[in-house]
Design a binder for this molecule. Structure first.
Ligand code: MG
Length: 322
């Protein structure tokens, strides 16, 4: 591989087009590469970046810096990064609902919240059947307004990314009903449920199994006609040596997955076609936990990678609600 990302501390963006960090593994990826776009580093100095979410109306990106107990904001107008919310209750995964409001998973609060237009915070879920949630990790919003999130115990396993505590519940995936606010368990047998996303038509739900044995996986489910019930669980992607965490889906149904960890051959983003075949890769000098689409045409990829935020314009848009 080229020398500009052999050592993370020495990384610099490629000055040459096409950027050698953007790699086709299958001809199906070629249409998504922009020959005159390269990977940029927008911000650094964080401890563990997660939960990126784009606000086109304000032209800014928010993301979680979990161990620093803050949500950061990168302003696309000034190019500057600054704290948005601190403390953040060790916020992790984030998205926006169909009304544009920020939805946040909190390890510290062990809850999912909504930030209202006036800045006040509404708790959407913090318990199930009288027991506290573990540490909500990642969240998406379906077109019907329902909020789906994963609840592994990662954020209460120690004091680095939350507050150590014993789990009261299993590692469930929940659906929050937009009308009643009631929680339903939609999956209870995933080993470390983590990132999740719907296919563009919402007929499939993908969930990362981040404690899968012997390898981590991305699972696929059929969503029944009721829009709630999951069926036909199967492995779409076996991650092998890789570590998937969070991901997003584009309008063509491809999965853009944060990937790691710790070696130059793995760190960055892996892109999989809907059939589960790896078609492309974005090499980063740091493990990427999560990403989102944003920018004017929802076709700029923002990648939350360990200490830093990277960005790359691509030739496809992300789906709404991821
Ligand atoms: Mg996650």
């Amino acid at each position: 591989m080229t020398d500009h990302f052999d050592r993370p501390e020495d990384w610099r963006p490629s000055q040459r087009y096409p950027d050698p960090s953007v790699i086709s593994l299958d001809p199906r990826f070629d249409r998504y590469r922009l020959p005159l776009a390269g990977v940029e580093r927008l911000a650094t100095g964080c401890r563990w970046c997660e939960g990126p979410v784009w606000f086109g109306d304000g032209r800014y990106l928010l993301w979680s810096d979990i161990p620093n107990n803050r949500i950061m904001r990168w302003d696309a107008v000034t190019g500057q990064a600054s704290p948005y919310r601190q403390p953040s209750n060790f916020a992790n995964g984030q998205t926006r609902d169909r009304q544009g409001r920020l939805i946040t998973c909190e390890h510290g609060g062990r809850r999912v919240t909504r930030t209202e237009y006036d800045g006040t915070i509404t708790v959407l879920a913090d318990s199930y059947e009288g027991k506290r949630l573990n540490s909500p990790n990642d969240v998406i919003v379906k077109s019907d307004g329902s909020i789906w999130f994963t609840d592994p115990p990662f954020g209460i396993s120690g004091n680095y990314e939350g507050y150590r505590a014993a789990p009261e519940l299993g590692q469930n995936v929940y659906r929050l009903d937009p009308e009643s606010g009631a929680l339903t368990v939609v999956a209870d047998d995933i080993l470390g449920p983590n990132g999740l996303a719907f296919s563009p038509d919402e007929n499939l739900l993908y969930i990362v199994e981040s404690r899968g044995e012997p390898t981590r996986k991305i699972l696929a489910y059929d969503v029944a006609a009721d829009g709630i019930t999951l069926a036909n669980k199967r492995v779409l992607i076996d991650a092998g040596a890789g570590t998937p965490d969070g991901f997003r889906v584009d309008v063509d149904g491809n999965l853009w997955c944060g990937w790691g960890m710790g070696s130059a051959e793995l760190d960055g983003v892996m892109i999989f076609a809907p059939d589960g075949v790896a078609i492309g890769r974005i090499a980063l000098p740091e493990r990427c936990a999560n990403l989102c689409f944003g920018g004017r045409a929802n076709s700029r990829l923002f990648m939350a990678a360990s200490h830093s935020i990277y960005a790359l314009y691509v030739n496809v848009a992300g789906v709404t609600g991821g």
